[in-house]
Ligand binder design. Structure first.
Ligand code: SAH
Length: 473
């Protein structure tokens, strides 16, 4: 076994590196004497001079000192805080190159983890299409989720200080105060700035995760791109907000498009943003948005895709892959507020949605009614528990759609899909690694992966979304 004494580099060494790859976190992968070093800000094809920061048994980290040979894909990152902020990872890479890299990343996961054969130009195997990108890949996010802290100078002298809020610095929980985020809807930036200013004036203290004291933890703002309606959610460590009426009044006066101001209470010492209790401070408990002619009510804790333009592309592809004629029975697992379910319901006989967050299921039912869609029903629960019960009750699905969180599908759910033998499975995934793992299970269970469509939901970040068609062999 290798120990750190056999590795060919040591901390503080200066090395020349050829960058041969890019990680999901946007770090360049370099090799020094066969040893892997990760370098923030370096791109594939580049040659750099770097200083070794840290060495582990199998790999290490280095910092770029000098760019000896730049990649043709290198561009100037437009955001002034790009280097400090942990939110984006690929702003220094040309957008077309980002799209090509994301597709390659999907291919690599499918082949290495899923052991699938990917079709090259004319060969047999899974077809991986070019990534669907955005014409204007900026200001695309409908949701800002901003951790709040106190300005450092104020912490030192203990005086009532000003609130800061922004992003966590790369790899840490240090908050970088931010006025504007180039991938965020302007209104959301404006609302966050406003809450920071009002909160500071009203003497509201930020929560401090090391001491567990202080009140305001996060400000979460969501704006419907189609409707212009905005929700402001204050996540607090405790129920009482001092001078709450003045705060609500201040938000309403400055931002007339705000339709909903809510408070979510989270008193736990955790990285999870939301607590269980949400209360309306003013207005509605939901805002609305519209995708492809379907209207959605969205409450604070419900999942709703952050990039509405690309979401429409993704959902249309999912519906196309479902191959519906109007008669099919379809299951939509991990259905959230019923977005994909309602897209499917327009073309299917009957849609069953299942989702674990109760508020999201309430939203889903409300959304079906809002759009006069009568052939979709929803149940609260874990997909891996509810769908086996449906199967026992005699539900026979022609198509099963899954859209799990990053950790992928539960093994029990995959097993149930295999037993239910639908004609098609449509897998929507935000994580190519767990996607590839689950596709291998479905392949072994009698399905064939036909095609994969990567969609760029998160430009300038390392994330890539995919929609995949599988058919029963
Ligand atoms: N298809 C929806 C939501 C996808 S996000 C959309 O496109 O908007 C994944 C969803 O799965 C979230 O709403 C999350 O609350 C839910 N979820 C997570 N684990 C689950 C499980 N085991 N069973 C059912 N739903 C789950």
């Amino acid at each position: 076994m290798r120990t750190t004494t056999d590795v060919p580099v040591r901390k503080n060494d200066e090395v020349t590196l050829d960058i041969i790859g890019l990680t999901q976190d946007g770090e360049g992968v370099g090799r020094a004497d066969g040893f892997t070093l990760f370098v923030q800000g370096a791109l594939p094809g580049e040659r750099i001079k770097a200083k070794v920061l840290k060495v582990k048994k199998q790999y290490g980290y280095a910092k770029m000192l000098e760019l000896l040979q730049a990649s043709p894909d290198r561009v100037e990152a437009p955001c002034p805080i790009y280097r400090q902020c942990g939110g984006c990872q690929l702003q220094h890479m040309d957008y077309a190159a980002q799209l090509a890299w994301k597709r390659q990343h999907v291919i690599d996961s499918l082949t290495r983890i899923g052991k699938l054969r990917v079709a090259d130009v004319a060969g047999e195997g899974v077809v991986v299409h070019p990534t669907i990108g955005m014409a204007e890949p900026w200001r695309y996010r409908n949701k800002a989720q901003v951790p709040i802290g106190m300005a450092l100078a104020d912490m030192a002298d203990g005086a009532a200080g000003s609130l800061i809020g922004g992003f966590y610095a790369r790899g840490s929980h240090r908050i970088i105060d931010m006025d504007a985020c180039f991938i965020q809807h302007e209104r959301n930036d404006e609302a966050v700035r406003l809450v920071k200013a009002l909160g500071t004036r009203l003497g509201i203290r930020a929560y401090d995760e090391t001491t567990g004291r202080g009140l305001l933890r996060h400000v979460v703002v969501r704006t419907g791109f189609a409707t212009g309606e905005t929700m402001v959610c204050l996540v607090t460590n405790g129920t009482r907000i001092p001078r709450v009426d003045e705060l609500v009044e201040g938000i309403r006066r400055a931002l007339p498009d705000v339709r909903s101001i809510v408070q979510n209470v989270n008193t736990r010492n955790t990285n999870v943003i939301f607590g269980d209790e949400t209360r309306v401070l003013w207005g509605s408990d939901v805002i609305h948005d519209e995708l492809d002619g379907i209207r959605f009510a969205i409450s604070a804790r419900s999942f709703y895709q952050v990039n509405p333009a690309q979401t429409v592309a993704l959902y249309r592809k999912a519906v196309e892959y479902a191959g519906l004629t109007g008669r099919e029975t379809v299951i939509d697992a991990y259905c959230g507020i019923g977005t994909i379910s309602l897209f499917l319901a327009r073309r299917a006989g009957k849609v069953y949605g299942v989702e674990s967050v109760p508020e999201a299921v309430e939203d889903a039912r409300r959304n079906a009614a809002l759009n006069g869609i009568a052939n979709a029903s929803f149940e609260v629960g874990l997909a891996e528990e509810v769908i086996p019960r449906w199967r026992e009750a005699g539900v026979a699905a022609d198509v099963i759609v899954v859209d799990p969180p990053r950790k992928g599908c539960d093994a029990q759910l995959l097993d149930t899909i295999v037993r239910m033998r639908p004609k098609r499975v449509v897998y929507v995934s935000c994580n190519p690694a767990t996607l590839a793992r689950d596709l291998a299970v479905l392949e072994a269970g009698g399905f064939r992966t036909v095609e994969v469509q990567p969609v760029d939901m998160f430009p300038h970040t390392g994330h890539v979304e995919c929609v995949v068609l599988l058919v029963r062999k």
